[in-house]
Design a binder for this molecule. Structure first.
Ligand code: NAD
Length: 473
């Protein structure tokens, strides 16, 4: 077991009080991290505030180089990092590798983003220019499903925009983030990036801290609402990436054999603990029987187990609370007599938070397992008849994060996509996010956006400077 320290003002520090972090595959302690409170937060915020004075004046090319240094540090240590990530998060090694390399790639790509000045008037009367200025000190709060990707997608745009940041990982998955903190300690100027750990109770202290100017948060919708309320005291800027109940719509012309495996992974990647996982899969009635059989047959070839073992496709649920919630949803489906194509009948007790791959056969639309975000290895297959009907069912949710349409007729796919009330829609793929396009939720799936120029703008204020050219002075 290793102790991991926090990064405050360029130093790796601890306060002598520790939180234990468990491996969800075997419930053994894998490491300890400092249990921080107000004192450590105040120190981190003060360091970020001091660093902001210089960092905001640092030329953009230099800021970009620092961010590229972060990308290189992650990529150069990927082997160590992905193993550590599996040991605390549970995801299989292959998926942990994708997250680590993906985070390095995202940092490198986003380092190239720029916010150029915009001239709105340039004539004999006046010159009017809009520039973007960094908001200041950012508080970043991240969840446990993609701890590194989410940390990087907060740290990188903050730095590129000229802000400094205090980041809080989830108490369930702080280890790899703190190892990265150690690796970038001498890459980033002291105080620009601070990473502190603590229980959930540290979150509201960040949200309400008077010297933090902006909160960027990824997590559940319930916590997002608390953050919005907490940040309202001093009108902090906020970006919220929240939950989803994404619908996949499979049209009758889709090739059953070709889409079955892709549909499976659109729901079961990271044991279903993905905000943009397909959580409701609508299949046209003409191919429903064949496709549901093909998905179930593929599911039976996938191994559920310890993510560090070769061959594991689906790891454990990340933490006990979520494990119990997913089991409760499955029990509710059993109690209501819904039909299972896989899962549901196996005893999930024993060491480790394992849930069998669970596929439901056309449960009712108002079943809890359909209407709620499952965030686990659960996939309800739902039969539909007409396009209008399926669009209405897909949109019948408070969430609006993402969705997918599967069809050979891509024009038809786009026509359906344009009627879905979500921030992202894929035709014939899933979970693809571009560093250069905005990612954000409609309705209760979010507020604002990350990624791309739109995401970068959220770390800035617009400032308009106007010179009156024909002034009498
Ligand atoms: P969570 O909301 O429980 O916790 C997220 C973070 O918030 C953690 O760091 C936690 O310590 C902190 N926190 C908890 N209470 C807080 C409070 N009152 N004030 C401030 N911070 C607080 O979410 P989770 O269970 O870690 O993550 C799962 C959820 O995240 C799912 O709903 C999922 O859909 C969502 N998610 C969304 C996206 C997206 O981009 N939209 C990405 C990943 C996960």
């Amino acid at each position: 077991m290793t102790d991991y320290k926090n990064l405050i003002d360029g130093e790796m520090v601890d306060n002598g009080e520790w939180l234990e972090v468990l491996n969800p595959a075997n419930e053994q302690v894998v490491g300890r991290v400092p249990a921080c409170g107000k004192d450590e937060l105040d120190r981190a915020v003060a360091a970020a505030r001091r660093a902001f004075k210089e960092w905001k004046k640092t030329p953009q090319e230099e800021r970009q180089k620092v961010v590229q240094g972060i990308a290189a540090a992650i990529k150069g240590n990927a082997d160590e990092l992905y193993r550590l990530l599996t040991s605390e998060q549970g995801k299989p090694h292959t998926q942990a590798q994708q997250e680590i390399y993906g985070a390095a790639g995202l940092a490198a790509a986003q380092s190239t983003l720029t916010l150029d000045d915009v001239i709105s008037q340039d004539d004999d009367t006046r010159l009017s220019r809009t520039r973007r200025v960094p908001v200041g000190v950012v508080g970043g709060i991240v969840p446990w499903n993609f701890p590194i990707m989410m940390a990087i997608q907060k740290i990188v745009p903050a730095l590129v925009a000229g802000c400094t940041i205090v980041l809080k990982p989830s108490p369930f998955t702080p280890l790899t983030t703190l190892r990265i903190a150690e690796l970038i300690k001498d890459v980033v100027p002291a105080g620009t990036v601070n990473i502190i750990t603590g229980e959930d109770t540290l979150g509201p202290l960040i949200t309400e801290h008077p010297d933090i100017d902006k909160i960027t948060f990824t997590g559940s919708t319930a916590t997002g609402k608390k953050i919005m309320a907490g940040a309202s005291g001093d009108l902090k800027r906020i970006t919220l990436e929240l939950g989803g109940n994404d619908a996949s719509i499979v049209l009758p012309d889709a090739d059953v054999e070709k889409v079955a495996e892709q549909l499976f992974w659109s729901s079961f990647s990271n044991a279903g603990q993905v905000c943009i996982a397909a959580k409701r899969v609508y299949i046209h009635k003409d191919i429903y029987d064949d496709l549901s059989k093909a998905i179930a047959a593929y599911a039976n070839t996938v191994v559920v187990g310890d993510g560090s073992q070769q061959g594991t496709g689906v790891g454990p649920i990340q933490n006990k609370k979520q494990y119990e919630r997913v089991l409760e949803l499955i029990q509710d489906a059993k109690d209501n007599g819904y039909k299972f194509l896989t899962g549901g009948d196996k005893d999930p007790s024993g060491t480790g938070y394992y849930v069998p791959i669970t596929i439901l056969d056309n449960p009712p639309e108002d079943a809890r397992i359909v209407a709620e975000e499952q965030f686990g290895p659960v996939m309800p297959l739902l039969k539909f008849d007409t396009i209008d009907e399926v669009i209405e069912r897909a949109n019948n949710s408070d969430y609006g994060l993402a969705g997918a349409v599967w069809t050979k007729d891509t024009d038809k796919g786009v026509e359906i996509a344009e009627q879905l009330e979500t921030g992202t829609v894929w035709i014939n793929e899933f979970m693809h996010l571009s560093p250069f396009a905005p990612f954000g939720g409609h309705k209760q799936s979010g507020f604002g956006a990350e990624y791309g120029v739109d995401g970068l703008k959220e770390f800035t204020y617009p400032q308009v400077i106007t010179v009156k050219r024909d002034a009498a002075v």
